[in-house]
Design a binder for this molecule. Structure first.
Ligand SMILES: O=c1ccn([C@@H]2O[C@H](COP(=O)(O)O)[C@@H](O)[C@H]2O)c(=O)[nH]1
Length: 240
């Protein structure tokens, strides 16, 4: 297990969603590990496996392994422990897997002590809006349903949730400052929303009190990903 040595205050998690490992590493090799953390999700992990995470650690980056485990408690717990063995900084499950699954996942990390990754749970995907919930028979709004799942997540002793930045200020009041809010669906002004629905700009998300903002395509699909990342970071610093 190799843990990165540096540490940083950056709120930006870059979603490293590339089908091409060389393109991903070309971007990574052009940025400073102190400027952001990297999120490895289902696409790159399925294509390139744990070695990709080791390669990023070796370059000094902390990694959020975004595999959103949703399974029976035993399987989810073993998967979370495997992520901890890999030395990731953060790992997640789906809150809709329920309390027994989340408790099992949390307990699986106790033996890692201070080396345990942060464990968070996905509430309502940022690509979802009210009509998507209605299709599932859920009549609550995305914000109400996300709050219900966040409450359950906190009761299970996890470190925080994935939610949209729209829920951030209410969740900080309800669940306290220490409960981490990780928000995808971040779109700099003028960039395409794509499949995302509950979106905010980086600055709006910072003002709403999010802890970490996940930004993928606006950076990775830009003409100069490293420069786009720097511009986003600069815009956030200006407002501090
Ligand atoms: O609710 C969620 C949970 C996870 N994601 C992931 O974040 C990134 C977002 O990428 P963009 O290109 O900035 O849209 C992506 O890896 C998702 O799998 C999310 O979007 N929403």
């Amino acid at each position: 297990m190799s843990q990165p040595q540096n540490r940083l205050d950056s709120p930006v998690l870059v979603a490293l969603d590339y089908a091409d490992r060389n393109r991903a590493l070309a971007f990574v090799d052009g940025i400073d590990p102190a400027s952001c953390r990297l999120k490895v999700g289902k696409e790159m992990f399925t294509l390139f496996g744990p070695q990709l995470v080791r390669d990023l650690h070796q370059r000094g980056f902390e990694v959020f392994l975004d595999l959103k485990f949703h399974d029976i408690p035993n399987t989810a717990a073993h998967a979370v422990a495997a992520a901890a063995d890999l030395g990731v900084w953060m790992v997640n499950v789906h809150a809709s897997g329920g309390a027994r699954m989340m408790n099992a996942a949390r307990e699986a990390l106790t033996s890692f002590g201070k080396d345990a990754p942060l464990l968070i749970a996905v509430t309502v995907l940022t690509s979802m809006e009210a009509t998507d919930l209605h299709d599932l028979g859920i009549t609550a709004t995305p914000a109400e349903h996300a709050a219900r799942l966040a409450r359950l997540t906190q009761q299970c002793g996890l470190d925080g949730v994935v939610c949209s930045a729209h829920e951030a200020s209410a969740f900080k009041q309800q669940f306290g400052g220490g409960f981490k809010l990780v928000t995808p669906g971040i779109r700099p002004a003028g960039s395409e929303a794509g499949d995302q629905r509950r979106i905010m700009t980086p600055l709006q998300a910072q003002q709403a009190g999010v802890d970490y903002m996940v930004i993928g395509r606006p950076i990775t699909q830009s003409a100069d990903p490293a420069a786009t990342l720097q511009a986003i970071l600069a815009s956030l610093r200006e407002e501090v």
